[in-house]
Design a protein. Structure first.
Length: 443
């Protein structure tokens, strides 16, 4: 199976995992299907239907369309479901209006505003980012601003061998899988006639080794990797990494091999308890979990400063260098134009929740029409509503308004403290001799 997270193709297909983008920060994962297999979908003439706050979407309208398409809500034949639908209809109308206004403020197109009269979603392929905002939470998760920075700092790239503990809800796992995936061995790499093309068929050379000690969470993340076609990239293990380390084996009887990791991410309550297993020289004679031919970059993720202190102390004791703590403070700046002039006069005093949705949308359309006319030059000779006064630094067109900005309050700024460090590669006498021999050829 080709993972939709790695190569979704251009057009949606039956059985694809899709992300229905409802609005910013809100999307719904859905497996596209025409076969009614669950009771949830019985009673719709259209077959499988996904109901959202913005309307009903039969899957037949979402299969075979280019990813990114806007899909309008359909009037579905709800049969026995009619009563429930009617109860929700009023609430939904107000939400449709809210959606259209959000889009309008975000500068999305007039077309989008008009389509909202019946409700719409955008059909997106699954990505680690939209999976993170819609995944079933089994634990706290690492969000995109943190994992984007972490993956960059631990130098995760195609071909990396990355250790992750614990797997938790698999949010970081998806992003890490995409970062390290480097395709599958070709015929010439493997020496065989067969060429690997799909995740799950042949293993990716870049790998994520993901450890979780909670049995149920491990089972879920393992199943999810198979469902998402990422099992050729991610190797999940049920393990208490404090007690049993990070070598690769299924059960105690099996031979233990090294994951040869060069990137490590520890999202554990006590990362310092895992660090004794992440050294180059193993006194007990077991192989090291680290790549002997590369420097190793680590990140630990802890909400409290006391945890950071213990981690830093253990890192120092186990020879890690360049130890640094970072806190990613994510701020969203909302920029909007405050209109004072002609174009938005019609919307003053309109309470979107108190009015009829058709009436409010007619007003919005009128606003958009006037703006279009203005840009087309048909109003070019009209006098500015504000008399052409200065707003801030510049002279504005007749209803250009004033740009204002503020930090959006709802974003949590503290997620966790990130501790980074590097363990240089070991350098033996043989390595030095080989290096000398190589240089001498060029001198
Ligand atoms: N990074 C994950 C994500 O983005 O979804 C969330 C990880 S969650 C905060 C921490 C996980 O570590 C939990 O699922 C917990 O069961 C697991 N854990 C705690 N101690 C562990 C240990 N000793 N060995 C393996 N996993 C452990």
């Amino acid at each position: 199976m080709v993972s939709p997270f790695l190569s979704p193709g251009l057009v949606s297909k039956e059985h694809d995992l899709a992300s229905l983008h409802l609005r910013r920060d809100q999307s719904l994962p859905v497996v596209l299907s025409t076969e009614v297999t669950s009771a949830e979908h019985v009673g719709y003439a259209e077959g499988v239907v996904t109901n959202t706050r913005f309307g009903s979407f039969p899957h037949t309208t979402m299969i075979g369309v280019p990813w990114g398409s806007q899909i309008r809500a359909s009037k579905v034949d709800t049969g026995s479901r009619g009563r429930k639908e009617a109860i929700n209809a009023k609430k939904r109308k107000a939400e449709v209006l809210e959606q259209s206004q959000t889009n309008s403020q975000n500068g999305e197109s007039v077309v989008a505003v008009e389509a909202a009269s019946s409700g719409f979603v955008h059909l997106l392929p699954p990505t680690p980012e939209n999976w993170t905002i819609s995944l079933p939470h089994r634990t706290q998760v690492v969000y995109t601003p943190d994992y984007a920075y972490i993956l960059h700092r631990i130098r995760a790239r195609p071909g990396s061998r990355l250790i992750e503990a614990g797997s938790g809800s698999g949010s970081f796992t998806h992003a890490a899988a995409r970062a390290v995936f480097n395709g599958y061995p070709t015929a010439s790499d493997s020496g065989s006639e067969q060429q690997g093309t799909a995740a799950g068929d042949v293993e990716s050379l870049g790998k994520v080794f993901s450890y979780e000690f909670h049995a149920e969470r491990h089972k879920k993340v393992k199943a999810e990797m198979v469902e998402h076609g990422l099992d050729g990239v991610v190797h999940t293990m049920h393990r208490d990494v404090y007690a049993d380390g990070l070598l690769v084996y299924k059960d105690e009887s099996e031979e233990k091999t090294s994951p040869e990791a060069n990137a490590i991410f520890l999202d554990l309550p006590a990362p310092w308890e895992a660090l004794p297993h992440l050294t180059r020289d193993r006194r007990d004679g077991t192989p090291s979990a680290l790549d002997p031919n590369s420097a190793v970059h680590i990140c630990t993720f802890s909400p409290c400063i006391e945890q950071v202190q213990k981690t830093v102390s253990a890192l120092r004791q186990h020879d890690w260098l360049d130890i640094e703590m970072v806190e990613v403070q994510h701020k969203r700046i909302e920029v909007r134009r405050e209109y004072t002039g002609l174009a938005y006069e019609g919307m003053r005093g309109v309470n979107p929740y108190a009015v009829d949705v058709e009436e409010a949308l007619a007003k919005l359309r009128e606003v958009e029409r006037r703006a279009r006319d203005f840009h087309a030059g048909s109003l070019a000779d009209r006098k500015p509503a504000n008399g052409g006064q200065q707003h801030g630094g510049g002279k504005l067109p007749f209803d250009g308004g004033k740009l204002v900005h503020r930090t959006e309050p709802e974003i949590k700024t503290h997620t966790s403290y990130l501790v980074f460090a590097v363990l240089p590669r070991a350098w033996s006498e043989e390595d030095e001799a080989a290096a000398q021999a190589k240089w001498s050829k060029h001198v």
